[in-house]
Write a new protein. Structure first.
Length: 175
């Protein structure tokens, strides 16, 4: 079982934001610079363009204007599977390239199995772990202390990976 102890209210929230330094680290490492943040708010968008909850990225194509643009996605916790499937569909059907970060534990999900099968068929999708424990922003705040078993935790308790739709396994990223 993934979470054996009671989860805090903040850990169940969809209000976790990607820190700018992590976003730019991934962009530079993989030479991938997105223009659309497909799951954002005006306060936490990391890209020039963004889709809010009202725009509903799950029910629209990830295109702004008439131009296909690279996308960024750190999906809301409660909709990770749906966003994994949508990112793959956007790549498969429209060739929209997306960089997405998700917890490593989604690799056992049905949504990730769709991506895994596409990789096995030779589609240009790359999955790489993100090194280290990362501190995400909770409602824009730099750190939140979660008490668990008499320990204070200020970083994510999950490991994360990056999925890039439209990149082959070892092409075009810097070490």
């Amino acid at each position: 079982m993934l979470h054996q102890s009671e989860r805090s209210k903040s850990s169940q929230s969809d209000e976790w934001w990607t820190p700018h330094n992590l976003f730019w680290e991934l962009c530079d490492k993989y030479n991938f610079y997105p223009e659309i943040d497909v799951a954002a708010t005006e306060g936490n968008s990391l890209c020039r363009f963004f889709f809010t909850k009202k725009d509903n990225a799950l029910k629209r194509d990830w295109i702004k204007g008439k131009k296909k643009r690279k996308c960024w996605n750190n999906p809301p916790a409660k909709e990770q599977g749906k966003f994994i499937v949508k990112a793959y569909q956007q790549y498969r059907d429209l060739r929209i390239k997306t960089m997405q970060i998700v917890p490593l534990n989604v690799q056992s999900s049905k949504a990730f199995q769709i991506v895994q099968k596409a990789i096995e068929r030779g589609e240009k999708i790359m999955v790489r772990p993100i090194d280290g424990r990362r501190v995400f922003l909770y409602k824009g705040k730099k750190s939140v202390t979660i008490k668990r078993k008499k320990k204070k935790i200020t970083s994510s308790i999950n490991g994360y990976c990056v999925i890039i739709y439209g990149k082959s396994r070892d092409y075009g990223f810097r070490y």
